[in-house]
Design a protein around this ligand. Structure first.
Ligand code: FPP
Ligand code: MG
Length: 279
């Protein structure tokens, strides 16, 4: 529910009229209704948390909501910042995307372990420590996968097919958000190429705004931008970074601590899907 609330608000911020192939709330009902619906979902989630015996979910979800907003604000502060570096990019993505997936994995693990009797009232400190260690592994899995998910999202924004992805593409450049392939490229390109790419970024954004993303002029500028990114190995760099994160995420769930169950195998398969997806 919180995820849905953040995306309903995000679509207002990004002025996006489609998501996953469907019309967005702001597209259908306008920004005011979308802001209020996001707030409604956010409140409904906390109401549900209040029905639980444990305060942990509300506490962790509250912390994460603060983290998400901090990530969005950091991104906003760097809008149009052409010197954005990779550590700051990872900081933004860690907060705005990975934190929510990490907390979802942590809470799923904690709840399951509590129900299984590990770390419930009356168990030993050793068992509580074991429960926390398992929950940390799941949170690491979610955090690493979340960063990989966002990098793949950045790649799809540049390379994806709009009909398959189901949302407006090219919005990152249009809104002055530098993504990993572009940050890498601007660091690796010659001064002359850097200048050409900055002009391309400018025209990708303004042409997309004039003709709608994917229009003939916007597509031309976008193709030249992608060719420039390929020439400096920046697309490969981002792909490799996402793949390494998935490998690390799978390692976080590996080891002997967790038995080889269908659920674990599903999570490992899902991890691969994050970077293999075309939508
Ligand atoms: C998608 O990013 C957006 C997020 C991952 C987080 C958005 C969070 C907020 C707007 C803060 C609202 C917070 C609460 C607690 C209600 P993107 O735009 O890069 O991805 P997209 O291409 O899928 O839109
Ligand atoms: Mg968005």
């Amino acid at each position: 529910m919180i995820h849905m609330a953040t995306l309903v608000h995000d679509d207002v911020l990004d002025d996006a009229d489609t998501r996953r192939g469907g019309r967005t709330v702001n597209g259908l009902q306008g920004n005011e209704a979308a802001v209020i619906l996001g707030d409604y979902l956010f409140s409904a989630a906390y109401r549900l948390c209040a029905t639980l015996e444990s305060q942990t979910p509300a506490l962790l979800i509250g912390q994460t909501g603060m983290m998400l907003c901090a990530g969005e604000l950091l991104q906003l502060a760097h809008r149009g910042d052409l010197s954005l570096d990779q550590p700051t990019y990872y900081e933004i993505v860690g907060r705005k995307t990975a934190s929510l997936i990490a907390v979802s994995c942590r809470l799923g693990a904690l709840t399951t372990l509590e129900r299984a009797g590990l770390g419930a009232d009356g168990v030993s400190d050793v068992e509580v420590a074991e429960r926390e260690a398992i929950a940390d592994s799941f949170a690491d899995f979610g955090r690493l996968l979340g960063i990989a998910f966002q990098i793949q999202d950045d790649l799809l924004d540049l390379l994806g097919n709009q009909a398959t992805v189901g949302k407006p593409l090219g919005r990152d450049a249009e809104l002055g958000k530098l993504t990993l392939p572009i940050i890498h490229h601007l660091g690796a390109a010659s001064p002359e190429q850097r200048g050409r790419t900055l002009l391309l970024l400018d025209s990708t954004g303004s042409e997309a705004q004039r003709s709608g993303s994917g229009g003939p002029n916007g597509a031309g500028a976008k193709e030249r931008l992608v060719a420039a990114l390929e020439a400096t190995g920046s697309i490969d760099h981002a792909r490799e970074a996402a793949r390494e994160l998935v490998t690390d995420a799978k390692r976080a769930l590996g080891g002997g601590r967790l038995p080889d169950t269908p659920a674990k195998r599903f999570l490992l398969t899902m991890a691969d899907a994050v970077v293999n997806r075309a939508f």
